[in-house]
Design a protein around this ligand. Structure first.
Ligand SMILES: O=C(O)[C@H](O)[C@@H](O)[C@H](O)[C@H](O)COP(=O)(O)O
Length: 233
């Protein structure tokens, strides 16, 4: 049974304030406990105002490592790159941002390379922050040919390469993504979504759990930690 707690806000600005505060608490707790913090952060548009708010906080950013939960197989200079947004936001603060893509264009080989990069990091993440697409994907775990590999990858496997079919219109490219095991290894998981349609979809995915037809339902169905879901209309 997925243990999900919903946090509702009247506006994206209110949600940004609250989620930045929660992420800040996770960071401070990690720095206090271990002198370091590892954050796996999503792409997409929802997190942008939250990143902007978070970047104003006065942490010892040099002790913080940021990785994308997933990324598109595009150059880091491309606006489709999740690492680009994270680098623009967190590198100037002194944080370390670790891209999980490079020159490799073959999705499977890119996935192996991404996994190797993540194996070099002090695991698990203190936070895995997820978004959800309108099709129920999360990170870059999509329904289709690569779903089983993403869900059933061994515990030690942190990333794989995927080629969604059909390619999502907002970013019609192959990707690398954290596996379900990597996502669920995080000390804390939080989700940010907006709009009633996504709320209805996520509530259904949580209700259906392991039998969900939506990737996010299948990912969360194995979660052992409580999931905080932040939502605004
Ligand atoms: O690379 C990506 O696209 C993201 O990691 C993806 O999983 C995102 O979180 C959802 O697509 C929601 O995106 P929005 O926040 O823009 O709705």
């Amino acid at each position: 049974m997925i243990e999900a707690e919903w946090w509702e806000y009247d506006s994206p600005a209110e949600m940004a304030e609250a989620v930045a505060g929660d992420v800040g608490f996770i960071i401070e707790s990690a720095l206090d406990a271990r002198g370091a913090a590892l954050l796996a952060l999503p792409g997409g548009g929802t997190p942008r105002p939250i990143y902007a708010k978070l970047s104003k906080a006065k942490f010892n950013w040099k002790k913080i490592v940021v990785v994308p939960t997933d990324d598109r197989l595009v150059p880091i200079t491309d606006d489709l790159s999740n690492a680009k947004l994270l680098a623009q936001t967190f590198l100037p603060l002194g944080a370390r941002v670790v891209p999980i893509t490079g020159e490799i264009q073959d999705a499977k080989l890119a996935g192996n390379s991404a996994d190797a990069r993540l194996q070099d990091l002090p695991w698990p993440p203190d936070l895995c922050w997820l978004g959800m697409g309108g099709d129920g994907h999360t990170a870059s775990i999509f329904a289709g040919p690569d779903l089983k590999e993403a869900l059933d990858a061994p515990k030690a496997r942190r990333a794989i390469g995927v080629t969604p079919d059909p390619l999502p219109p907002e970013a019609p490219v192959a990707r690398v993504t954290l596996t379900r095991a990597a996502i669920l290894s995080a000390r804390t998981i939080l989700i940010t979504i907006t709009g009633q349609a996504k709320r209805d979809l996520l509530e259904q995915a949580i209700a259906d759990g392991q039998s969900s037809r939506l990737p996010i339902g299948r990912v969360l169905a194995e979660a052992e930690q409580p999931i905080d879901i932040h939502w605004c209309p």
